[in-house]
Design a binder for this molecule. Structure first.
Ligand code: GRF
Length: 221
């Protein structure tokens, strides 16, 4: 715990920040027993997201990573900002930057990401387009612990959505995003209450090894 008493979260964004807002709302409503210690963006495209966070009274930082600049300098500034704000759990929320193994190692079991696919399928970019092109009948979102392998860390939770005939990248993305806003707060809530952790033996939920990712059914709303 931080000096502020409750678990501190750092939310890292690169875009509009809708997942960040879903996390902030869950903290406000007590579904996550934690406080957002800071919201950090790495590019100007996230300026609106940062402004929305500031409007909620959250501490915000822009740490721009300019092209060609030294990655380790950016990561040092990022870690310093998180640590100074008292954040113990780092949440990548549409954060479009690959973090180095050295950075990841600073936060063992304390770095999460939301990814718009049913991992391990469709790691990387353009997941909706690729799922449509492959003729998939379902798609979804996953929350996972971050490791040095891009979108490759242990998967905690997945939400499935159907793919309908006539779906476009946009319609599918919107259906998946709704589930992202559901499962990210759910997982962070479990972490904040101490029920979920990454141990040397893998993911544990309520002290038991998690044999398979928690599956959330989008139809069960
Ligand atoms: C989400 O779909 C996230 O999964 C992906 O980028 C999008 C970010 O959306 N990595 P937002 O910035 O949280 O609105």
């Amino acid at each position: 715990m931080s000096s502020h008493g409750r678990l501190g979260l750092a939310v890292l964004i690169s875009g509009r920040g809708s997942n960040m807002l879903a996390l902030a709302q869950a903290c406000r409503e007590g579904r996550i027993d934690a406080r957002i210690a800071c919201v950090i963006a790495d590019r100007t495209e996230a300026a609106d997201g940062l402004a929305a966070a500031a409007e909620l009274g959250l501490e915000t930082r822009m740490i721009e990573a300019t092209a060609g600049a030294d990655r380790s300098r950016f990561e040092t500034a990022l870690a310093e900002a998180c640590d100074r704000a008292g954040a113990q759990l780092l949440l990548l929320a549409g954060f479009m930057r690959v973090l180095s193994a050295a950075f990841v190692a600073r936060y063992p079991g304390r770095l999460l990401n939301i990814h718009p696919s049913l991992l391990p399928k469709y790691k990387g970019l353009h997941t909706h387009r690729r799922a449509l092109e492959a003729g998939e009948r379902e798609h979804g979102a996953s929350v996972h612990f971050v490791t040095a392998e891009l979108d490759g860390g242990p998967v905690i939770c997945r939400a499935r959505v159907p793919i309908w005939p006539g779906d476009t990248e946009q319609s599918l993305a919107a259906r998946v995003l709704e589930q992202e806003h559901r499962i990210y707060p759910l997982v962070v809530g479990l972490m904040a209450s101490g029920r979920l952790a990454l141990t040397a033996n893998g993911i544990e939920l309520d002290g038991q090894a998690l044999q398979a990712p928690i599956e959330v059914d989008s139809a069960a709303e």
